[in-house]
Design a protein around this ligand. Structure first.
Ligand SMILES: *Cc1c(COP(=O)(O)O)cnc(C)c1O
Length: 376
C-alpha cells in the first residue's frame, strides 16, 4: 500500500466502504510498460477502472484506449482522447453503437464472427478490424477462454471476408486470460497468431498488427511473475514466431495498470461463530460481492487483507459481505486467517483493488450504496 494512500486513510478516515486510488501508481504502471515495450501501442482497457481521473491521466500520457461500449467511448472522448486513439474492442456490439462510434471518428474495431462482420461492414465502412482468436486461458485466475474469439481457420476466412467487404483487415487479437500467471501462454498465443499471419499472406493479405490483449497480473495473494518477466516472454515469442518481420504490437492492459493502484477501506461489522466447537470465525465486512468484490466469484481472485491488529496470533476465518444474500460470501475455501484480536468496528484494508471493483458494485442492493471513490 502506498504511503500516499496510508496517509489519506489515516488523515481523512473516509466513511467505508471506500476505494482510494493512487494516481501516481497508475502513471508508474503505464510508464513502466511503455518503457519496457517502447514500440508497442498501449490501449488501456477502460473496463478495469473507467474513472475520469484515470482516463485523463492516461490521455495526458498519450495512451490509447480499449473501450467496450458506447458509454466507455464517450468517457474516453470526455477525457480528451482523440477518436484515433480509441478502439471499440468488444466483439459483441449493437449495430447502432458501431454506427455511433464510427460517427464519432472511431476507426478500429474487434470482431470474432461472421454476423459481427456484417454489422461492421454496414455501419463502419472502411474501418480497420481485428479478428480475435480463441485461447485456452490456462494459468489465468480470471479466464477468458470460451466467450470470445474463434478458431484460427475461421479467423482466416473472416479476415479474407473483411477485405472483400471493404474493411481493412488490420490484425489479429487475443487475450491470454486475465491475471495470467503462466508465462508460456504468451508463446502459444503468439505462435497461433503467426500461423494466421502466414495463412493470410498466402491469400494476399498483409496484416499490420498483433493485439496481445491484457493479462498482466496485479499483486494478490499468490505469487505472480514480474512485468519484466511477462514482457520478456512476449518479446521472445514475437522474435521466435515472426523473426525479422515484426508486426506492430498493441497491448490492452487493464488490471496491470489499475489493480495495484487501489485500496478498499472497509469496516468489520460482525464477528461470530456458528457453534461452540467451531474454530472458524465468521467475519462480516461492510463490503461484499454486491459492493464491488465480484471477482471473489469461485474464490478466483484472492485479495490481500490488512488489519490494524496484524502481527499477533491468527485464526481461520470465513469472510462475508453485509447483505442479506447467502451468496454474499467472499472466502470460505481459500483458507484466510485473520488476527484473533480483530474486533467489530476495526477498519481494514483490501489491497490491489484498483481494477474490477467499483464499477462491479450493484447500484444499491439491500440499500447498500456502492463504495465511495477517491482518486488522489
Ligand atoms: C478485459 C479486457 C482487457 C483487459 O484485460 P486485463 O487482464 O485486465 O489486462 C483487454 N482486452 C480486452 C479485449 C478485454 O476484454
Amino acid at each position: 500500500m502506498s504511503d500516499k494512500i496510508t496517509r489519506f486513510l489515516a488523515e481523512h478516515r473516509p466513511p467505508t466502504p471506500c476505494l482510494v486510488v493512487d494516481l501516481d501508481i497508475v502513471a508508474d504502471n503505464y510508464r513502466r510498460l511503455r518503457d519496457l515495450l517502447p514500440h508497442a501501442r498501449i490501449f488501456y482497457a477502460v473496463k478495469a477502472n473507467p474513472a475520469a481521473e484515470i482516463l485523463s491521466l492516461l490521455n495526458r500520457e498519450e495512451s490509447s484506449f480499449d473501450a467496450a461500449s458506447a458509454r466507455e467511448i464517450d468517457q474516453c472522448l470526455a477525457a480528451g482522447a482523440p477518436p484515433a486513439r480509441i478502439s471499440f474492442g468488444n466483439t459483441i456490439k449493437k449495430q447502432s453503437d458501431i454506427a455511433a462510434a464510427y460517427e464519432q471518428g472511431v476507426r478500429l474495431f474487434a470482431f470474432d464472427s461472421a454476423a459481427e462482420l456484417e454489422k461492421l461492414a454496414a455501419a463502419a465502412p472502411g474501418a480497420a478490424v481485428f479478428c480475435r482468436i480463441i485461447m485456452a486461458a490456462t494459468g489465468a485466475d480470471w479466464p477468458q477462454s470460451r466467450k470470445f474469439g474463434c478458431e484460427v481457420a475461421m479467423a482466416r476466412d473472416l479476415l479474407i471476408s473483411a477485405r472483400d467487404r471493404g474493411l481493412d483487415p488490420y490484425g489479429v487479437s487475443f487475450h491470454v486470460g486475465s491475471q495470467q500467471r503462466d508465462l508460456s501462454q504468451w508463446d502459444i498465443a503468439i505462435g497461433k497468431t503467426a500461423m494466421l499471419f502466414t495463412a493470410l499472406n498466402e491469400a494476399g493479405i498483409e496484416l499490420g498488427a498483433v493485439n496481445l490483449g491484457g493479462g498482466f497480473p496485479a499483486r494478490y495473494r499468490p505469487q505472480v511473475p514480474s512485468l519484466e518477466a511477462s514482457v520478456e516472454a512476449i518479446t521472445k515469442a514475437m522474435t521466435r514466431h515472426f523473426g525479422n518481420s515484426l508486426p506492430e504490437m498493441i497491448l490492452e492492459p487493464g488490471r496491470g495498470i489499475a489493480g495495484d493502484a487501489g485500496v478498499i477501506g472497509a469496516e468489520v461489522v460482525l464477528i461470530s461463530r456458528k457453534s461452540y466447537d467451531d474454530e472458524r470465525r465468521w467475519v462480516y465486512l461492510d463490503i461484499g460481492r454486491f459492493g464491488g468484490l465480484a471477482e471473489v466469484m469461485d474464490e478466483c481472485i484472492e485479495y490481500r487483507i490488512r488489519t490494524p491488529r496484524d502481527g499477533g496470533p491468527e485464526g481461520p476465518v470465513i469472510l462475508a459481505g453485509p447483505t442479506c444474500d447467502e451468496v454474499d460470501i467472499l472466502y470460505e475455501r481459500a483458507d484466510y486467517r485473520l488476527p484473533l484480536a480483530l474486533e467489530v468496528g476495526d477498519r481494514i484494508e483490501i489491497l490491489s483493488t484498483g481494477a474490477y471493483t467499483a464499477t462491479y458494485a450493484s447500484v444499491g442492493f439491500n440499500g447498500f450504496a456502492p463504495p465511495r471513490e477517491f482518486y488522489i
